[in-house]
Write a protein that binds this ligand. Structure first.
Ligand code: M6R
Length: 609
C-alpha cells in the first residue's frame, strides 16, 4: 500500500504545501519514504527521501518547491528496500517525465530487460520506474507529433498487475495523466483546481466533490478539465459529494481503524500472496535442512505461529518442531543451537521479547527466518531470510489484517513443504496456490458481508458479561486463543480459551445460566466430540455461540451461530474462522462505548520486556 496525490491549479499559489498536507492524510498507507515532484519553469523539480513525512518535510523543506502542477507519494516498500533511490517519484532518462504509483507491476522485470536493451538507465530497484522509461521510449519511437496521452495509453496496455498511476511530462505542464487498475484512485474537483489521490482525505479540506475512477480507466486532469476514457471511449464523469469530516475520513469513512482493517483483509491477503516464489522456496529449503524448528513470537503473532506449528508437525514427521512464547525463551534455551531454525513471527518486527529471544538464538548459532509486516524493521534485519506480509500499515492496536496475512504466508510455506516432501503433486500444488491467492480473499469478503450484522447483534447480548470461554479442539485451538485475546483486549470481558475436552477437568465449575461459550467447530473429525462438549455446557445453562459450517450438528444445539463456508483447504481455516471473532470483539467494544483502536494499557509495538 502506498499513498499518492496529484494537484494542478490555475491559481498562482504553488501546490507543494497542499501535496505535503495531503501526504500526511495518506500516511496510514505507508511511511517508508516520501517524495514530491513539481513542474516549474518548464522543468521537473523533485525532492524525496527515506523516512516518514514529518521528518522528510523538515529535512528537505518540501513546501519550498515552486510550481502549480505536482505529484506526491508516501511509500509502503514492496520492490526494493526503503531508501532514497527507491522513493517515488521516479524519472525517465531525460528528466522530462516523473511518475508515482501504488500497486505492483508484475511484468516489470521483462519490461526492464527490454528497456535496458534499448539503452535506458535505471536509478532504482522499483517496479514503478519502468513506467517513466516506457513513456519515454514510446515518444522516442514515434513521430514528433505524438501526444503524451497516446504514449501513456500505449504503456498502460503493456503493464500487467495492479496500479494507480499519476504521471507528469514537461511538454504539457498543466496536465496530470492518470490510470487505475485494482488500486484506488479518486479525483477531486473544484473550479480552478483538480486533485487525484489514493483516498479522499488527501484533498478533503479543499473539495468534497469527488469522481471515483473505475478499473481500466485512463484520465487526464488540468486545472479546468477532467477527461476520462475506457477502451478508447470517452466516459461521462459521475461526481458525488462526500459528507465526511477531515478527521473521520482518515479512516475512509469507517468509525475506527480496526473496522477498516477488518474490511481490508481481502486486499491484504491478496497482496500477501504476491510474495516472490523464490523466497518461499528458499524458506522451504531452510526448513527441510534444519535439524529442528522453533516458532518464536508473542500475542496474536504467537497464535499465527501456533497454526503453522501444528501443520509443520503433520508434514515434518521426523523433525522436532516447537512453538515458544518469546518472553519464555530462557526456559527453552537448550533448543537454540546450531542446526536449529527459528521462525520469528512479528507484525511490527520490533517486539523486544522476540528481539531478545532471536538475538540469543543467533548467538547460539541458530538460523533465522522472520515473518514481519514492517519492512526493514529490527527482527528482519537479524534474519538470514526476511519474509513480509503485505497487509499495509495497521493502526488499530488489536492486530487483525496482519494476523490473517501471517497465517496465509505460513500456509503458502506449508503448501511448498507439502510439494517438496511429495505429499502433493505439481498439479495439486499449482491448484492450491491459485486458490490461496484467489479464493481466500473472496471467502473472507463473503464471511465479512454475511456475518457483520450478526456480530453486531451478538455484541448487545454479551456486552454486560464478566467472563467468557472460547473452546476448540485440535488445530482450531489457535483460533480460540486469538478470539479470546481479541475480546479481552478491546472489550475488557475476561475471555479464556482452552481445548474443549479440558472443560470437565475444572473450567466448567464456574459456568452458570447465560455464561457465553464460543465454540470453534469446523465440520471435521472433531464434530461429534465438540458437540458433546457443547451439550455439557448447555446442561449448566451456558449460552452457546458456535462458529461452524452448514450441516454441523452443533447448529441445532447453539443459541447463536455464525456459518463459515467450507474451506477448500484446512490451511485457511485459521483465517476464515477468526474473522467473525474479530467482528464480535470489535462490536462488543463499540457497544460498551469503548475505543477499540486504543485499548487501555496496550501499545501497538511492545518495546519493553
Ligand atoms: O508486533 P508483534 O506482532 O510482534 O506484536 C506481538 C503482540 O504484541 C501483539 O500481537 C499483541 O498481542 C496485539 N495487541 C494483539 O492484538
Amino acid at each position: 500500500m502506498c499513498g499518492i496525490i496529484a494537484i494542478t491549479t490555475s491559481m498562482k499559489k504553488p501546490v507543494s504545501k497542499m501535496i505535503t498536507t495531503g501526504l500526511k492524510r495518506l500516511e496510514y498507507r505507508g511511511y517508508d519514504s516520501v517524495g514530491i515532484s513539481l513542474i516549474h519553469d518548464g522543468k521537473i523539480h523533485t525532492l524525496k527521501d527515506k523516512g516518514q513525512i514529518d521528518l522528510v518535510e523538515k529535512k528537505l523543506d518540501l513546501r519550498s518547491l515552486k510550481g502549480t502542477t505536482g505529484i506526491g507519494h508516501t511509500r509502503w516498500a514492496t520492490h526494493g528496500p526503503p531508501n532514497k533511490e527507491n522513493a517515488h517519484p521516479h524519472a525517465d532518462c531525460t528528466g522530462n517525465i516523473t511518475v508515482v504509483h501504488n500497486g505492483i507491476i508484475e511484468n516489470y522485470l521483462d519490461l526492464k530487460q527490454y528497456l535496458l536493451k534499448k539503452g535506458h538507465k535505471f536509478s532504482s530497484e522499483t517496479d514503478t520506474e519502468v513506467i517513466a522509461h516506457l513513456v519515454e521510449e514510446e515518444l522516442k519511437q514515434s513521430d514528433t507529433s505524438m501526444k503524451v496521452i497516446h504514449a501513456f495509453k500505449r504503456v498502460i496496455t503493456k503493464i500487467e498487475g495492479t496500479y494507480a498511476i499519476t504521471l507528469l511530462h514537461t511538454a504539457e505542464p498543466e496536465t496530470i495523466f492518470l490510470a487505475k487498475k485494482d488500486s484506488p484512485l479518486v479525483i477531486g474537483v473544484q473550479d480552478d483546481i483538480k486533485f487525484a489521490a489514493s483516498d479522499i482525505p488527501a484533498f478533503l479540506e479543499y473539495t468534497k466533490k469527488v469522481i471515483a475512477l473505475n478499473n481500466g480507466e485512463i484520465a487526464t486532469i488540468t486545472p479546468k478539465t477532467v477527461y476520462i476514457e475506457k477502451n478508447g471511449f470517452k466516459i461521462q464523469p459521475k461526481t458525488f459529494t462526500v459528507t465526511w469530516t477531515v478527521e473521520s475520513a482518515q479512516k475512509s469513512g469507517y468509525p475506527h481503524f480496526m473496522l477498516k482493517e477488518i474490511h481490508e483483509q481481502p486486499i491484504s491477503l491478496r497482496n500477501t500472496m504476491t510474495i516472490n516464489s523464490k523466497k518461499i522456496e528458499q524458506a522451504s529449503q531452510m526448513i527441510l535442512n534444519a535439524k529442528k524448528i522453533v516458532f518464536l513470537a508473542c500475542g496474536t503473532s504467537y497464535y499465527a505461529g501456533l497454526s503453522g506449528f501444528h501443520q509443520f508437525q503433520r508434514i515434518l514427521k521426523n523433525k522436532p518442531v516447537y512453538s515458544v512464547i518469546a518472553s519464555e525463551y530462557q526456559l527453552y534455551s537448550h533448543l537454540f543451537d546450531k542446526g536449529t531454525l527459528i521462525i520469528a513471527v512479528s507484525q511490527s518486527g520490533e517486539t523486544l521479547d522476540v528481539m531478545k529471544a532471536v538475538s540469543y538464538a543467533r548467538k547460539q548459532g541458530s538460523d533465522l527466518i522472520s515473518i514481519a509486516n514492517v519492512i526493514d524493521s529490527s527482527i528482519p534485519r537479524l534474519s538470514q531470510l526476511s519474509l513480509y506480509t503485505k497487509a499495509g500499515p495497521e493502526i488499530g492496536v488489536a492486530a487483525t489484517k496482519t494476523h490473517t496475512a501471517q497465517v496465509l504466508l505460513l500456509a503458502r510455506i506449508i503448501l511448498q513443504l507439502e510439494f517438496e516432501t511429495g505429499i502433493i503433486d505439481v498439479n495439486k500444488f499449482d491448484d492450491y496456490k491459485k486458490q490461496l491467492s484467489e479464493e481466500t480473499p473472496r471467502v473472507v469478503r463473503t464471511i465479512i458481508n454475511q456475518n457483520e450484522f450478526k456480530a453486531k447483534r451478538l455484541a448487545s447480548i454479551i456486552a454486560d458479561k464478566q467472563h467468557s470461554y472460547f473452546l476448540a479442539r485440535g488445530k482450531s485451538m489457535p483460533v480460540a486463543l486469538e478470539g479470546a485475546l481479541k475480546l479481552k483486549e478491546i472489550s475488557y470481558i475476561h475471555a479464556e480459551a482452552f481445548p474443549a475436552g479440558e472443560s470437565k477437568h475444572g473450567p466448567i465449575a464456574i459456568v452458570e445460566k447465560d455464561f457465553p461459550v464460543i465454540m470453534i467447530a469446523p465440520n471435521d473429525w472433531t464434530a461429534n466430540k465438540i458437540l458433546g462438549n457443547a451439550e455439557e455446557m448447555r446442561a449448566r445453562g451456558a449460552y452457546i455461540i458456535s462458529i461452524t459450517e452448514r450441516d454441523h450438528p452443533i447448529i441445532k444445539r447453539s443459541d447463536y451461530s455464525f456459518i463459515i463456508p467450507k474451506a477448500f483447504s484446512s490451511l485457511i481455516e485459521p483465517i476464515t474462522y477468526v474473522v467473525p471473532l474479530q467482528m464480535i470483539a470489535y462490536y462488543t467494544s463499540v457497544y460498551k462505548g469503548l475505543d477499540p483502536d486504543k485499548p487501555k494499557n496496550l501499545a501497538k509495538t511492545v518495546t519493553v520486556e
